[in-house]
Design a protein. Structure first.
Lengths: 347, 269
């Protein structure tokens, strides 16, 4: 058992993973991610890719909501901007995906700043209303600017090509998503252990004190919207190339609420929580479906009812987890780690 | 201290209304380089409002508020709070306004914000350039942690700390700005005698060793009389007296303002 953690220089004290156990755990997780696609069935690969994209979107939303404290109901809209920008660039102009995706991220960041402007005057629920307006406006633009977006028709996006090979299978796309999600997580972790991230959290905790200590609150709020939207746009753009077919229905207010639920269940203001939330919200419906299928022969009644009550079960599980641990799955994970850290003693 | 006091900050005819209520009327005062200036007065006299004007949180309807730095006069009424902080005016609040979910270290590092340059790219790509800057400023922060004797709590979230320690962390955060003027709003409110003595010692050290000018609001008359070089007395938003502590002690207007407050009367007598 450890008696404490001691460092002899600031570099080690400020590292992302300070303890050997943390480093080992991270190493194991990375190894798992690298081996996973070779052993997983196509069904699990599809789920993994969905989780990966959702993780990126959830981290993006967490930057804004969890870390900076600016509530947003515009997640779906920002994902749509990313998806349509990258999709249109690739489908209409033949821009390669490695260029169209970064452009889409920057465009989404810019749109995020515009819709972030109300945050300079509004807080809390009032800001939520303003971002809801963003959601509605973007949806309206997509469905009505037919010449650009195809309106209510679906937009077909070509599968990306990388090193001469078409990335059209779950296995191939997995690597793109892995790199993107890894970059997002690492970038965000770095951000929040240094100057800019601290300013974001300061605004969330105490905006007047932040201003008085020298943080330009207006600038940093908009920067939070930009940074957040950048990654949300990345998630949107990846969705477009992964699905190869997108329509506005994929980016409605429901998506915004789903992602909010994701980060609340996972843990606000945490990166691993974003991943937990994304995994949970992706796997739970799949799990409920599978249970239904398994019960089809044993209890046909349950199987026929299940699709009808699926949403209800989903909601019930969410409520259950929130009651068990209001700070989210990330806190639950921390509790488990703390338990084993002092094991076999309980203090 | 030089014989000729150097003026660092002055307020002229500051008037501040909230609707029909006059919080400050025609307030003038100056702050001299290297002094500890105490602002006292009964509750609601406008002491905190005055500090809020200096930090840019309130904008007075009329008057002048000027900070002198490097031979230049900065009109504080035209600056936003973060720009005023950048000039070197730091503030600790009356009700603790720390970032509760951050650790002590992170709170104090925020005090270094204005001295750091990292942007969203350098921070996100930490190892490229930001790490060096973070470590450099961490050194300065550790000096302050050492000075205020809070080494053992540096990794604790601020929200979990005892009140007296939180006050100390807030002072540390303000100090991390390397301020030229430090505004302290009741730094000893709610502390026990021992904590007050510690805080008084810190304030004196900050003032004398680091040559920081201090503007202090305090209710404890013993502390005020012992620490301060000069005292300004506010009552109902007006300056009713100004001078050395021993002058203030015997000023009949001050005695009248505090009339009925037995404990204070004892100190003033």
């Amino acid at each position: 058992m450890e008696s404490g953690i001691f460092f002899t220089d600031y570099r080690a004290d400020m590292a992302l993973r300070r303890k050997p156990t943390q480093q080992v755990r991270l190493g194991l997780f990375v190894a798992f991610l690298l081996i996973f696609p070779f052993v997983a069935s196509p069904y699990w690969l599809t789920l993994a890719n969905q989780i990966g994209i959702a993780t990126i979107g959830a981290i993006g939303l967490n930057i804004l909501v969890g870390y900076t404290g600016q509530i947003s109901l515009g997640q779906g809209a920002f994902m749509a901007v990313g998806a349509y920008t990258s999709g249109i660039l690739a489908a209409r102009l033949g821009v390669p995906f490695w260029l169209s995706i970064p452009i889409a991220c920057l465009v989404t960041a810019a749109v995020g700043v515009v819709f972030g402007l109300p945050s300079l005057r509004l807080k809390g629920l009032y800001l939520a209303m303003a971002t809801l307006a963003a959601q509605e406006i973007v949806e309206w633009v997509i469905t009505h600017w037919t010449s650009l977006t195809g309106g209510t028709e679906a937009l077909v996006v070509p599968a990306p090509t990388l090193l001469g090979a078409r990335v059209n299978t779950d296995f191939r796309f997995y690597w793109i998503i892995l790199v993107a999600a890894g970059f997002t997580a690492l970038f965000t972790a770095n951000l929040f252990r240094s100057r800019v991230g601290r300013a974001f959290v300061a605004i969330r905790d105490q905006d007047i004190a932040a201003e008085v200590i020298g943080v330009n609150v207006f600038f940093y709020k908009l920067l939070a919207f930009a940074t957040s939207s950048f990654f949300v746009g990345l998630a949107g753009a990846l969705t477009a190339h992964y699905r190869t077919i997108i329509s506005w229905e994929r980016f409605t207010i429901e998506v915004s609420i789903l992602y909010l639920a994701m980060i609340i269940i996972g843990g606000l203001g945490t990166i691993n929580g974003s991943f937990f939330g994304a995994a949970f919200m992706t796997l739970l419906p799949a799990f409920i479906n599978n249970v239904g299928r398994a019960l089809r022969d044993v209890a046909p009644l349950v199987a026929t009812l299940l699709p009808a009550v699926q949403q209800g079960v989903f909601g019930a599980v969410l409520i259950f987890f929130l009651i068990v641990e209001p700070e989210g799955l990330a806190k639950l994970w921390r509790n488990i780690k703390d338990y084993f850290y002092v094991w076999p003693f309980s203090y | 201290m030089s014989t000729q006091p150097v003026e660092r900050l002055y307020a002229r005819h500051i008037t501040l209304h909230f609707g029909g209520v006059a919080a400050l009327s025609d307030v003038s005062l100056n702050v001299r380089q290297g002094e500890i200036l105490a602002i006292i007065g009964p509750n609601g006299a406008g002491k905190t409002s005055l500090l809020n004007c200096i930090s840019g949180l309130y904008r007075p309807q009329s008057g002048e508020l000027v900070f002198l730095k490097d031979g230049r006069a900065h009109n504080l009424l035209q600056l936003r709070p973060h720009q005023i902080a950048r000039l070197g005016i730091a503030r600790a609040f009356q009700n603790i306004e720390l970032f509760r979910h951050m650790t002590v270290l992170e709170n104090i590092m925020l005090g270094r914000h204005v001295h750091m340059r990292g942007n969203v790219l350098t921070c996100g790509l930490y190892w490229w350039r930001q790490q060096e800057e973070e470590i450099r400023h961490r050194r300065r922060v550790e000096e302050i942690i050492d000075f205020l004797e809070i080494e053992n709590i540096r990794h604790k979230p601020v929200g979990t700390l005892a009140y007296g320690l939180q006050k100390r962390v807030e002072l540390a955060r303000a100090l991390a700005l390397d301020p030229e003027i430090l505004l302290l709003d009741e730094p000893m409110a709610g502390m026990n005698v021992e904590e007050k003595e510690d805080m008084a010692r810190f304030i004196l050290d900050i003032n004398q060793e680091w040559d920081v000018t201090v503007v202090l609001i305090e209710h404890d008359m013993g502390v005020v009389m012992d620490l301060s070089d000069r005292v300004v007395v506010l009552d109902f938003g007006r300056v009713i007296a100004e001078g050395r502590p021993d002058e203030i002690r015997h000023n009949p207007l001050v005695v009248q303002a505090y009339l009925g407050d037995e404990a204070l009367m004892e100190h003033l007598a």
